[in-house]
Design a protein around this ligand. Structure first.
Ligand SMILES: Cc1cc2nc3c(=O)[nH]c(=O)nc-3n(C[C@H](O)[C@H](O)[C@H](O)COP(=O)(O)OP(=O)(O)OC[C@H]3O[C@@H](n4cnc5c(N)ncnc54)[C@H](O)[C@@H]3O)c2cc1C
Length: 435
């Protein structure tokens, strides 16, 4: 421990080894400092040579790891400002979407989109460009309009979309490399109601011929498949209940048939942890995620990988994965296809390009998945597929460099705020700073 100022708090070690949410990864240190204020964050950062911030630990790879110290802002989970006139809310770094969303709804307000689950922190999610689905919806980080960051020397800076255009675009999807995000300001809009419909057995040929029409049929659309039988097992359609925008639930959706009960994306699992379906109206935050707060999301014991392909290559990329079905299926729990609008955030996989994502929820067998990922990545390489920063990938750093045109500028930006590499770890050194 470097400083007597923080040592009494710092000494709180977790009872058992600290792991990520999925339990597939054990952090390399047990030194976890729980900060309660921006002042404590500044003091801690000043006195450490190396550290990483932990969010809600939902990443599947080593992006949040540290061999020195971890900093948790979990206790700093309050709304620090709400300005309905300029349509923004400012939250402290420990706040999750699950905490923020009902609060906003109670004030008649909403966010533009959510990921598959609400359990994740706003700061950690935006740092990795976490996304939901929807042709016109940017990833969650596109809602960020300002950030408060504690930089490596312990100074507090703010960056805003309005005042710091370039730096701001570089900092929002910051991969935890610029410093400690202590506050995030997000764009908000009037609250809205939604209905969720699920269809079963969408033929692959329909996706091939009508991908655009299927994906643009509602506010947010997700296709789930196990890559068997040339069909998508389930289509999840999330529709805003608004004049002229609502999805018309017909008995046939491109050959798929309406589900007759709530379903889990993996149909054999209970739908108890899933958001309400069958067209039942509900607030945005209880329909946009697939999984409900208060329940374990997804399958639990799993691994995840996801690749973003430029929208114009979506069908070709889907067909390329489908051809690998015999290799993929034995290790797969389920795959999901979503779409995301383009943005101007440097390290976002959707930088300047609308994307479709091909997601894999794997059985928790890392040796098998590790062998398979390069095979999938090779097939998706012609489409310049970008891996999700928070999920498992083996894309070589040189490849990452060639598909992120803003990577050199991002490295320079990181050096401005963290010249000695205090916030770097093995993941960042390998994937970002080795180029
Ligand atoms: C069941 C499940 C479902 C998921 N669904 C989706 C989905 O629908 N869409 C999607 O895109 N992703 C999804 N993910 C991935 C996940 O949401 C993201 O990777 C996200 O980053 C997790 O946020 P976190 O706070 O848990 O991050 P952590 O794993 O705790 O940290 C991630 C990164 O953010 C940094 N960080 C965290 N807080 C701060 C801070 N205050 N200041 C600076 N840096 C910080 C960390 O240092 C690290 O680099 C899912 C994951 C799980 C486990």
């Amino acid at each position: 421990m470097a400083s007597p100022v923080v040592s009494p708090l710092f000494a709180r070690l977790p009872a058992s080894k600290l792991t990520n949410w999925a339990g597939n990864f054990e952090y390399s240190t047990e030194s976890l400092y729980p900060a309660n204020s921006v002042e404590q964050v500044c003091e801690f950062v000043k006195t450490q040579n190396k550290l990483k911030v932990l969010g809600t630990r939902h990443c599947f790879n080593k992006i949040a790891d540290s061999t020195s110290h971890l900093l948790s802002l979990k206790a700093m989970d309050e709304v620090v400002g709400l300005d309905p006139d300029v349509h923004t809310v400012t939250v402290a770094a420990g706040m999750t979407y699950g905490q923020l969303s009902p609060y906003l709804h109670s004030k008649g307000l909403a966010l533009h989109n959510l990921a598959s689950l609400p359990h994740i922190s706003v700061a950690g999610s935006c740092s990795t460009a976490t996304h939901g689905s929807g042709d016109k919806n940017g990833n969650l980080a596109t809602a960020v309009s300002a950030l408060e960051i504690v930089t490596a020397d312990g100074d507090v800076i703010t960056l805003s979309r309005q005042k710091d255009r370039e730096k701001f675009s570089g900092a929002v999807v910051g991969l935890g490399a610029l410093g400690v995000v202590t506050k995030t300001t997000l764009d908000i809009q009037p609250t809205f109601m939604m209905r969720q419909y699920v269809y079963e057995n969408l033929p692959l040929d329909q996706v091939k011929d009508h991908f655009e029409a299927i994906e643009s049929s509602a506010y947010s659309v997700s296709l789930f498949t196990d890559w068997q039988k040339r069909r998508f097992n389930e289509v999840w359609i999330k529709s805003r209940i608004e004049e002229g925008r609502a999805f018309k639930a017909t008995p046939d959706f491109f050959g798929a048939k309406p589900a007759t009960r709530n379903l889990h994306p993996i149909a054999e699992l209970s739908a108890e942890n899933c958001t309400e379906q069958m067209g039942v109206p509900g607030p945005w935050y209880e329909r946009l995620p697939h999984f409900r707060m208060g329940f374990t999301p997804s399958a639990g014991k799993e691994l995840q990988s996801e690749y973003f392909v430029p929208r114009q290559h979506a069908v070709e990329a889907i067909l390329a994965v489908e051809r690998m079905r015999d290799q993929v299926s034995p290790h797969l729990l389920i795959s999901e296809i979503r779409t995301i609008a383009a943005d101007d955030l440097w390290m976002s996989p959707c930088y300047k390009q609308p994307c479709a994502t091909i997601h894999f929820t794997w059985k928790q067998d890392w040796p098998a998945v590790r062998k398979l990922l390069p095979v999938i990545e090779k097939e998706l390489a012609p489409f310049k597929a970008r891996p999700h920063w928070g999920k498992l990938f083996t894309t070589p750093p040189a490849e990452l460099k060639s598909i992120y045109e803003k990577l050199p500028a991002f490295i320079e930006l990181c050096k401005t705020y963290d010249p000695q590499g205090k916030f770097r770890n093995e993941f960042l050194n390998t994937n970002i700073f080795s180029s």
